[in-house]
Design a binder for this molecule. Structure first.
Ligand code: GLN
Length: 246
């Protein structure tokens, strides 16, 4: 008897790291799996939880936060959970890391109060917040990712600088992205995406959700998966409307 194809999503710190609808990303991943007959379990991973839950995840999602919550989470993440997370990401397990979570995967984040929050150094980048008197990067954003135009909403004080700019996730068409200077947005390494796109990103851009699901299945089952087409008329119409406004 063959067991049903299944995925476990590790949702990191949902109680502390989730802003501007980031939890919508989880709903989309779960639904798109379900609609294709893939069993999908979501496992919340909180500060008090056993770090081994990280090892049992096939796909990660972690949302954004204010500096204060980032500092609380960081104290936990620099321990065993971070070690396991790095191992999984280095092995090619996919993940979506939004805004504050994206900043964590870099070398460090200098917060608005000047405190340095050390990151996991999975991405070769650093982020600097120049203080509350400097304008935040806020607004609707549109970027080019492969042959897709993506939309989202960004709100961050930190400006991110990639050591190697060619490793960006997407190219900014309208908005700020990593720093408002070099037109780069986010970073991708192995199968992990770091991005400033809230919105949330996956309901607005189902093609990114399918990319993550395909990568998770490939890693788990050792063969290529091509997602079956779903009916995305509403999502794509909403995206078109937003692109024309931008
Ligand atoms: N606190 C971080 C910043 O302002 C991240 C914000 C966020 O995750 N929305 O840059």
């Amino acid at each position: 008897m063959t067991s049903k194809i299944n995925l476990t999503i590790g949702w990191l710190y949902p109680d502390l790291m989730s802003t501007y609808g980031d939890r919508g990303n989880i709903i989309v991943l779960q639904k798109r799996c379900l609609w294709r007959g893939i069993d999908c379990k979501v496992r919340k991973i909180l500060i008090e939880d056993d770090p081994r839950l990280v090892l049992e995840s096939d796909l990660f999602m972690m949302g954004g936060a204010q500096d204060r919550q980032q500092q609380i989470v960081n104290r936990d993440l620099v321990g065993q959970k971070g070690e396991y997370l790095l191992k999984k990401l280095n092995d090619g397990i996919p993940g979506l890391f939004v805004c504050g979570a994206y900043q964590f995967l870099g070398k460090y984040y200098k917060a608005a109060d000047g405190k340095i929050i050390k990151g996991l150094s999975f991405f070769d980048l650093h982020t600097v917040h120049r203080g509350e008197n400097v304008d935040r990067c806020i607004g609707n954003i549109s970027v080019q990712w492969k042959n897709h135009q993506l939309i989202g909403f960004e709100n961050h004080g930190g400006r991110t600088y990639l050591a190697d700019k060619s490793q960006f996730f997407a190219k900014v068409i309208k908005g700020y992205g990593n720093n408002g200077e070099d037109q780069t947005e986010g970073m991708i390494r192995k199968n992990a995406i770091g991005t400033y796109l809230h919105g949330p990103i996956l309901p607005k851009n189902p093609e990114v959700a399918d990319f993550l699901i395909e990568k998770a299945l490939e890693m788990k089952y050792g063969k290529r998966f091509q997602s079956s087409q779903l009916e995305d008329k509403i999502e794509l119409t909403a995206k078109k409307a937003m692109i024309s406004r931008l």
